[in-house]
Design a protein around this ligand. Structure first.
Ligand code: NAD
Ligand code: GLY
Length: 323
């Protein structure tokens, strides 16, 4: 595999935590391949890291037929994919996702990005990976908090896909169990891949995957919570807005909230401040000046968009924020 992957030369891109945990294996399987290690964390998903990586690719002589291997969570995957799309106008990228979130969501579908000017994923490109190598062995070193983050996107997929929802509900007492995750990960990859195949550039159907994400991104930018935790909060809060504005199916809403709360463990401390609302106003998914665009789900497996004038969104957030 090593020769196959790196026929034209290549570089392994990873983060400081993954490198510390898997250094021996990297040396064993990819010895001799240059490695660029970024500081772990969303705070480093920025232009400095992107350009430092591009520099490392150039200094290591990567060519048009070279391969960038992105070994890590969604942060590494998003930056690595973007660098691969930019370098020489595009070289091959192999994604090796090491978090639950990255295996079930971010490594599938070719969205790449960095955060820029205080907006999540403002600068990015669509760049389908050459391959995605997802191995559940990586979950053995994942802290519980990172499993929770992955469950955020998995529960979101559940809201859109009844088979995943049923599987989650049947297994609600063992959401963190590695055996259960081994069963649910392939279902999530297949579901996400089917959406991406139908709408790779998010012209319509793929936007369903933004469920809960406008408020999630806003909380993520204005708190110290992780992306997946914010997705669970976004699903709960925007779910309440769907209840108030669209008359969401009550039974479905109750079960979805219960799954979110079980994944969260307990409600994390967070504040819905003016800054949170402003982050939502600057979200890149918005289409009209002064309006916040939400992707909501009225019943299991459905989605629709609601555009709220900023003032109304703030009012809704205040009302549902105390839930
Ligand atoms: P992350 O990449 O920051 O990883 C979370 C933490 O886990 C990091 O500290 C990392 O070092 C550590 N880690 C990674 N693998 C590990 C392992 N096997 N064992 C122990 N620790 C490990 O975060 P994430 O939750 O994987 O991804 C979140 C990012 O993904 C966000 O930036 C989000 O915007 C992005 N995202 C992108 C898409 C997409 O379609 N491209 C979809 C969803 C999320
Ligand atoms: N994570 C949303 C998407 O890939 O479209």
């Amino acid at each position: 595999m090593r020769e196959d992957l790196l026929r034209g030369g290549g570089l392994l891109f990873t983060d400081s935590n993954v490198f510390a945990l898997y250094r021996t294996q990297i040396e064993k399987y990819l010895g001799g391949v240059p490695v660029y290690v970024m500081q772990a964390g969303e705070a480093h998903k920025n232009e400095q890291t992107l350009f430092a990586l591009l520099r490392a690719m150039s200094e290591n002589g990567l060519r048009r037929n070279s391969t960038l291997i992105a070994l890590g969570g969604g942060v590494v995957g998003d930056i690595g994919g973007l660098a691969a799309s930019l370098y020489m106008r595009g070289i091959s990228c192999v994604q090796v996702p090491t978090t639950l979130l990255a295996q079930t969501d971010s490594s599938v579908g070719g969205k790449t990005a960095i955060d820029f000017c205080g907006v999540k994923n403002l600068v990015g490109a669509f760049k389908q990976p050459e391959r995605v190598l997802a191995d559940p062995v990586f979950f053995e070193t994942l802290p519980k908090r990172e499993i929770r983050c992955g469950l955020g996107e998995i529960v979101k997929h559940g809201a859109l896909c009844s088979a995943i929802f049923e599987k989650l509900w049947e297994n609600r007492d063992r959401l963190f169990d590695l055996g259960f995750l081994g069963e649910i990960v392939p279902m999530n990859i297949a579901f996400k891949a089917s959406i991406v195949r139908q709408d790779p550039y998010e012209r319509s159907l793929r936007a369903s995957l933004n469920l809960g994400h406008t408020t999630a991104h806003a909380i993520e930018l204005s708190s110290s919570l992780s992306h997946g935790e914010c997705v669970l909060l976004g699903l709960i809060l925007e779910g309440k807005i769907a209840e108030r504005r669209l008359g969401r199916d009550g039974e479905y809403g109750k079960l979805l909230d219960e799954l979110c709360l079980r994944a969260l463990g307990s409600m994390p401390k967070f504040e819905l401040s003016e800054e949170t609302a402003l982050c939502a106003l600057h979200d890149k998914k918005n289409r009209a000046e002064g309006k916040v665009r939400l992707t909501l789900s009225r019943s299991l497996g459905t989605f629709e968009f609601l555009e709220l004038p900023f003032g109304e969104y703030v009012k809704e957030l205040k009302e549902v924020g105390s839930c």
